[in-house]
Design a protein around this ligand. Structure first.
Ligand code: HSE
Length: 299
């Protein structure tokens, strides 16, 4: 018995919501194929699309760690063969490790006739994130699991939910060929934030949620400002301000870093604008000889 599961890339933070906002795209994403074994071994049989960078060690791989935690939590002794087809860049700010974690644990839960519901899989998928970048944040795994735009209201206790998004809202994501390690991108952040910045950020978080729910595109755009994280992390991304400016000049509602970067995302109203915006963003990277990939998706 075997199952093939696709889990999508995700944009975490979505400008103002560090560690609390995340959204899933239509593509790219990872594919995981899980097959039941006769014994109780978990074996990674094959990994493709990773240029040999990912480990086959089941205690360290982001697909198998959540599966091991899940099986031990339910006290189930069952073996599985795993094939991971990476279909998106690693370390890109697109939630690559999360997609693998979600696909694996979702597949195993299906093969075991769903002892847990989809929401209940989140804490296990988060363990993959802990392995991949040293912190069990949920703003990539939760949208990869549930789809759409997800808010993590609280981590302890875990409380998360999905909200509606306007039908015509599109995201353009540009992934430049630059390396940013999520662990490093978290380390450079400050632990203290001023009252003034906190107030401005809270205003934008509230504006973003209200804008999405009431389908107010202008309000969404005005709320896409990050006073806390972007000023620090943008130094890791060459051309960041030029790309952001190009996105806005070409009609984007707003533009910021996708997750920990280096990918940059922009929101637009309508697919045509999103495509134009994406190309304009890419052009800024081309000017300094940086290659990039563009993904345009509805939300
Ligand atoms: N919220 C996380 C961060 C997402 O920005 O560090 C990274 O995957």
């Amino acid at each position: 018995e075997s199952i093939k599961v696709f889990a999508p890339a995700t944009v975490a933070n979505v400008a103002c919501g560090f560690d609390i906002f995340g959204l899933a795209v239509d593509n790219p994403g990872d594919e995981v194929i899980v097959t039941k074994r006769q014994d109780d071994q978990i074996v990674i049989q094959q990994i493709t699309g990773d240029d040999g960078k990912l480990t086959f060690d089941i205690q360290k791989n982001t697909v198998t760690v959540p599966i091991l935690k899940y099986l031990s939590h339910l006290d189930i002794k069952h073996g599985f063969d795993i094939i991971l087809n990476k279909k998106m860049p690693l370390g890109s700010g697109l939630g690559s490790s999360s997609a693998s974690s979600v696909a694996g644990v979702f597949a195993v839960n299906q093969l075991l006739n769903k002892p847990l519901n989809t929401e209940e899989l989140l804490p296990f998928a988060m363990e993959g994130e802990r392995i991949a970048c040293g912190s069990a944040h949920a703003d990539n795994v939760a949208p990869a699991l549930l789809g759409g735009f997800v808010i993590i209201r609280s981590y302890s206790p875990l409380d998360f939910f999905k909200i509606n998004t306007p039908a015509d809202l599109y995201v353009s994501i540009v992934h430049p060929d630059v390396e940013v390690n999520t662990k490093d991108a978290r380390h450079i952040l400050k632990n203290e934030v001023s009252m003034n910045k906190t107030i401005s950020q809270m205003g934008n978080v509230a504006g973003m949620v209200a804008g999405l729910i009431s389908e107010n595109y202008d309000l969404i755009g005005r709320s896409m400002v990050d006073y806390i994280i972007e000023p620090i992390r943008s130094i890791l991304i060459p051309q960041f301000f030029e790309v952001q400016m190009a996105a806005k000049e070409n009609g984007a509602l707003g533009c910021s870093i996708s997750g920990a970067g280096p990918s940059i995302f922009a929101f637009s109203r309508g697919k045509e604008t999103a495509e134009k915006v994406g190309l304009a963003m890419q052009k800024e990277f081309t000017k300094v000889n940086i290659q990039s990939n563009l993904f345009v998706s509805s939300i």
